[in-house]
Design a protein around this ligand. Structure first.
Ligand SMILES: Cc1ncc(COP(=O)(O)O)c(C=O)c1O
Length: 351
């Protein structure tokens, strides 16, 4: 940070380039374009693929709003496909039902950092000649069959928002690509579509990463393996300590998948989710719901005629009523984790 302050280069510059090179090496991709946030990474990616007002993008209804917002920000129309019951990712087997002559791309999400369906989704996209964009905002460092998440799609988008597996001290994001032309377009879009100083070939935006964030991320990236190891350790311990509770389901694990465990979400049946959240809150334990309202039921979509009636996507709508995330982060103390699982077990009548 002192080096950045000394240099006076506060936006892009050598720290950012060093971070981009390190991410390329780490993920095994040819290009990394450092941007201002995960949200802007998605806009940059869709814009680079020329997705615009006459197009549709097939996407998941179970994500943070930024996923669908990116489609709307480039003027395109989302087409929602229900999620898989196990990993809650966009169901690749239902993509065909949403295809039309306007379909321009598929935007999938490795929800909670679980990439169990990404390879299959990439196969389906390739079969239809459509680019896959991975919203891997929650999944930096996750792998499927040893291959880095973000590298399955034509473009992969990451967030380094502070709670993510690799967190900056503020907002930051990344687009990764293996295609030279797409990467170049992303670079231009990141800086107002400029191809040279005062030459604007495209209408992009200001999606640049701050050098201070890159300096922090350059220090943290070498520790990612350790952060991921600790997250996995906590996740597997939660799996053990919470399994066999009647009324609660721990996350279903998928063969060949190495998640980033950015969120640990259980499913609480019988309409008791909010009651359990209250019991945890009373014990001073924070929980979160990712996400209580599926994207096809958000007012911003319904108001534009882009939503769907309640009941249209039963798997996601069921999950939205049941999911509850409990604390997971590398520094979580084992004693605190046991206290959390103790409260949950007692709630279900176990001791
Ligand atoms: C799935 C998903 N997509 C996109 C984003 C947006 O990332 P950011 O907060 O860096 O803009 C997030 C996280 O916040 C996310 O979880």
């Amino acid at each position: 940070m002192a080096r950045v302050v000394e240099s006076g280069r506060f936006i892009l510059g050598p720290e950012v380039e060093r971070f981009e090179a390190a991410v390329c090496a780490r993920l095994g991709v040819r290009h990394a374009i450092a941007v201002s946030s995960g949200s802007d990474a998605l806009v940059c990616a869709l814009h680079a693929l020329d997705v615009g007002p006459e197009h549709e993008v097939i996407t998941t209804p179970f994500s943070f709003f930024a996923t669908v917002e990116a489609i709307l920000r480039v003027g395109a129309r989302p087409r929602f496909v229900d999620v898989c019951e196990d990993t809650l990712e966009l169901d690749p087997e239902q993509v065909d039902s949403a295809l039309s002559e306007r379909t321009r791309a598929i935007l999938g999400v490795e929800l909670y950092g679980e990439p169990g369906r990404v390879e299959r989704l990439a196969e389906v996209a390739a079969r239809h000649g459509l680019p896959l964009v991975e919203d891997a905002a929650q999944a930096f460092g996750a792998r499927f069959r040893g291959r880095a998440v973000g590298s399955f799609g034509a473009l992969g988008c990451f967030s380094f928002q502070p709670t993510k597996p690799l967190g900056a001290f503020g907002d930051a994001g990344m687009v990764v690509a293996s295609d030279d032309g797409l990467a170049e377009r992303c670079r231009q879009i990141r800086s107002h579509g400029a191809t040279a100083k005062h030459r604007h070939a495209l209408i992009g935006g200001n999606y640049r990463m701050d050098a201070l964030q890159a300096a922090i991320l350059n220090v943290k990236l070498p520790q990612l393996e350790e952060y991921l190891r600790l997250r996995a350790h906590h996740a597997l311990a939660y799996d053990q300590e919470l399994r066999e509770l009647d009324g609660l389901t721990t996350p279903r694990r998928v063969n060949d998948s190495t998640p980033s465990y950015s969120v640990y979400t259980v499913r609480v049946r019988d309409g008791r989710r909010n009651e359990l959240a209250k019991a945890l809150d009373a014990a001073g334990i924070d929980t979160a719901i990712h996400y209580p309202v599926p994207l096809h039921r958000q007012p911003a979509l319904l108001d534009r005629g882009l939503g769907l009636p309640a009941g249209s996507l039963p798997v996601v709508e069921g999950a939205a009523e049941e999911v509850l995330a409990v604390p997971i982060y590398p520094e979580l103390a084992v004693a605190d984790r046991r206290r959390i699982t103790g409260v949950v077990r007692r709630f279900f009548g176990h001791h």
